[in-house]
Each structure stands twice: as C-alpha cells, then as structure tokens.
Write a protein that binds this ligand. Structure first.
Ligand code: TRP
Length: 341
C-alpha cells in the first residue's frame, strides 16, 4: 500500500531559527519517523526569489544553511526526499496552467499575502510573482499529490487556495488527477514562538531570533537579554508571567511542566529574579539545541556531500513531478505528441 504523501518547505532567505523549529520542523521530524508517510521537503528558492529577485546571492548562500538546518534537526534523506524547487521545471508549467483557474480578485483576498505585502513595503511595486505565489505553492503541493502539508498557522490560506485549485482543475477537465491537501498544524498555542524582544513573531528582519546554528555562548547571551515583565524591577516584587517571553518559552520547551508551574507561582509571589529564570531557561534550551548544533557542525564539515544529497533528492522529485505533469497535460489535452517517442 502506498504511503500518504507529505510536502512542505521553507524559503531560503537565511538560517532557520527556533521559531521555525517549533512551528514546523519538529513536527516534520516526528511525522517522518513514524514511517507512515512519504515526505517531500522542498527548499523553496524560486519562491524566495519572489521578493528577492535583485538579491539572488542571499538565496544561493541560504540554500546550504537551510539544508544543514534540516539535517541538524533530524530530517533524514533516507526517509524524506529533500530537494530544491528551482530544479523541478514541472512546477512552473503546472503553475502556469493553474493561473488560468484563479481570478486576480481571489488572489488579492488571500489574507497571508495581503499581510505580507504590507509588511514588505512594496508600495505600488508588488512583483507579479509575489501575488501569485499561492498558485505556485499549489503547484508544489499537487505535483507530488501530497495530502498532508505540515506548516505554520499562517499558511492555512495557502492550503485553502490550493484546495480550490484542485477542485476547479478536476471539475473543469473532468478528471480525478489532483489531490486535495490538508494542513498539519502544531498544537494550539505552540505554533508561533514570540521573538526575544516579546514581539509576537520571531523573525530575521526583527533581529529577535535564536538560530539553530547559534553557539552555546550566543544562545546564552540572547536568553539573558530576553524581554520579561518590564515592571518586575526588584527581585522581591511580584512579577507577571503572561506576556513574559521567558515563561512562554518555558511552556513550549520544558518537558517538566510541574517545575514550570512552580516557577510561575514563585515569580508571581515575588522573590524570584529574572536572572535566575533566564539561567534556567538557558539550561532547558541547551538540552534541546545542543544535539542539533552538534549534528549541524558535523554536516557542515562536508558541504559537498550535502549538495550531493540535494541533487539526488531533486532528481527523484523531478521524476515524480514529471509524472503528474503528464497527467495534467493529458487532462487538458496538451498531449499531441504522446505516441511519437
Ligand atoms: N510559503 C512557505 C513558507 O514561507 C514555503 C513553501 C513553499 C511551502 N512552497 C510550499 C510550504 C509548499 C508548504 C507547501 O514557509
């Protein structure tokens, strides 16, 4: 029996951080290791180009960093096909065909794209490729007939749009070729890690991240600088745990829930200092990050082997996507030369 297919990916615009880890990477590794799925993990360099066309070096340099992050968290090329989006031409032909099934008005209603357009300050210069990236993303997913897509909560509108494209395609050409994808999201409240500064989002542009590649010293420094309760001035003052980033991280990372409950109680009563809880958080983070860092360092010693791995994954992904493309061409009727070799 064939396994359920997973597809997901990341834009290579920098190293991945612990927000990516909590929001998506950790789930992927768990799913991979159940052995019940056939996972495809894509480094979305073409999607990264949608808002970095004039800065391709950034993407090129980030590709290897993201690949190292993947291997470091435990994505295993023996179990997951790790590949590079730009190397799969079928994706772009699929995107082109899907574009004819989606209205501009529908694209402009996509809430995630709307928010991103505002955040990126495009003004009147929104690249066409940017507005249409949800269509390309539907191509990524459907090319592999993925039914499960592990992503952060902000990607739900992409999945909705992909499902619409699948239904419209199958109905329009009266086939059953494309598969509707479901999202797979982190447990409630754990999908998004706030930044070190307390901002709702950890993001490179805000400079409030802990990277998977950060060394122990850097992590410690960052933890010691974290946002807590600004009104908690003296150790003996009662402190607030709501909106206190240190406690938010402890909730997410510390397996010892009783201990966290006790710390919260003490902090709220007064008498527990910020330095102490930060030191404790650092220890908790290290337990999770140290093995990741060690694996990353090991793989980083042989980047040639990492490129080999990406090449092999891309070859395999290419073959799969080409099969779907054939079916799509057949469905539309673009198969004039089918029996001509
Ligand atoms: N948009 C996703 C992100 O920014 C990356 C991505 C590209 C993706 N294609 C995908 C995710 C297909 C899931 C499925 O994180």
């Amino acid at each position: 029996m064939s396994k359920e297919i997973i597809l997901t990916g990341d834009r290579p615009t920098g190293k991945l951080h612990i927000g990516h880890y909590i929001g998506s990477l950790k789930n992927r590794v768990l799913l991979q290791n159940t052995g019940k799925y056939d996972p495809y993990i894509m480094i979305a360099d073409t999607q990264a180009l949608t808002d970095n066309a004039r800065n391709p070096e950034k993407i090129r340099n980030s590709l290897i960093e993201v690949a190292l992050d993947y291997l470091a968290v435990g994505l295993d090329p023996e179990k997951s096909t790790i590949f590079v989006q730009s190397q799969i031409p079928a994706l772009f032909e699929l995107s082109m065909d899907y574009m004819d099934l989606v209205t501009l008005a529908r694209l402009e209603r996509n809430p995630t794209v709307k928010t991103e357009i505002k955040q990126k300050n495009f003004g009147d210069s929104v690249p066409v490729g940017f507005v249409t990236y949800p269509i390309a993303q539907a191509a990524d997913i459907t090319a592999f007939k993925a039914s499960l897509v592990p992503v952060g909560d902000d990607q739900e509108p992409m999945l909705e749009q992909a499902r619409e494209i699948v239904r419209t395609f199958n109905r329009t050409y009266n086939v059953d070729v494309l598969v509707e994808p479901k999202g797979y999201f982190p447990p409630k409240g754990q999908g998004r890690l706030p930044g070190l500064d307390g901002n709702a989002k950890m993001s490179k542009s805000l400079g409030n991240c802990i990277y998977l590649a950060d060394d122990a010293e850097t992590v410690k420094k960052k933890v010691m600088s974290m946002y807590t309760d600004p009104d908690h001035i003296h150790v003996e003052d009662p402190g607030k745990v709501e909106g206190n980033t240190v406690f938010t991280y402890l909730d997410v990372f510390d397996p010892d829930k009783d201990k966290v409950a006790q710390l919260k109680e003490d902090y709220q009563k007064g008498g527990l200092g910020d330095v102490k809880i930060k030191r404790y958080l650092n220890k908790v983070l290290e337990a999770e990050l140290a093995p990741i860092r060690e694996r990353r360092e090991k793989y980083a010693q042989d980047t040639d082997a990492v490129y080999d791995m990406l090449y092999a994954g891309s070859q395999k992904a290419n073959a799969v996507a080409n099969e779907t493309l054939q079916e799509v061409r057949d469905a539309i009727g673009f198969n004039y030369f089918k029996n001509r070799g």
